[in-house]
Design a protein around this ligand. Structure first.
Ligand code: SF4
Ligand code: SF4
Length: 193
């Protein structure tokens, strides 16, 4: 979805100086680099990059699950890292995380070759439990891909999901799943700050 956003607004980037921040659950390789290269293609100049480890957003699987306290600590560490990065930028030494060639290789072999195919396979796999859904429409407004709609009083999913997990983390009835069968732990940033 970020790629789509950059492409659709391609006239905005020419001549802009951009510092790229990428968040990740565990490892993103060159998350900042992917976006940086795309922005450069449209004429932006990249001043630096920062990778921030954040709480896991996969709400319906046990993968990467941390306690509330551990997640709060992760967010605190991320905030401290941002403060340090700002100081470094002011001193003319902006961090360059995710931007070099080695990051590129790590992202390609450690992450993308596996995850690109995986996400494609799941683009039409969002499941809505019709016994739990009350048709409130909250998920529809949150989906960045316009992949959800209300039909006959219930949420319905299409085939454009990018596995962002916003709907799953925010459904008040825990009616939505994707990788797993049940929601294990919903996470939103408000819980951690
Ligand atoms: S947020 Fe949950 S309850 Fe509300 S419409 Fe979506 S799936 Fe149904
Ligand atoms: S996880 Fe939910 S909100 Fe995110 S793209 Fe898929 S359907 Fe939309």
């Amino acid at each position: 979805m970020v790629k789509d956003f950059v492409d659709r607004n391609q006239d905005l980037w020419k001549g802009k100086k951009i510092f790229v921040i990428a968040t990740m659950g565990l490892f993103s390789g060159d998350g900042a680099g992917i976006l940086a290269r795309r922005l450069q293609k449209y004429g932006a100049s990249i001043t630096g990059g920062l990778h921030l480890k954040m709480p896991d957003s996969i709400a319906d699987e046990k993968a990467l699950k941390r306690s509330l306290e551990q997640n709060k600590e992760l967010v605190k560490v991320a905030e401290e890292k941002i403060e340090k990065a700002v100081t470094a930028m002011k001193n003319g030494k902006a961090p360059q995380e995710g931007l070099g060639f080695l990051y590129h290789l790590a992202g390609l072999f450690g992450q993308r070759l596996y995850f690109y195919n995986k996400t494609k396979r799941y683009s039409d796999k969002v499941k809505i439990d019709s016994h739990k859904c009350v048709g409130c429409g909250k998920c529809v407004g949150l989906c960045p891909m316009n992949n959800l709609k209300i039909e006959q009083g219930l949420a319905d999913a299409g085939d454009k999901c990018t596995m962002c997990y916003r709907c799953i983390n925010n459904c008040p009835k825990q009616a939505i799943t994707l990788l797993g069968k049940n929601v294990v732990m919903q996470g939103t940033i408000e819980k951690y700050i």
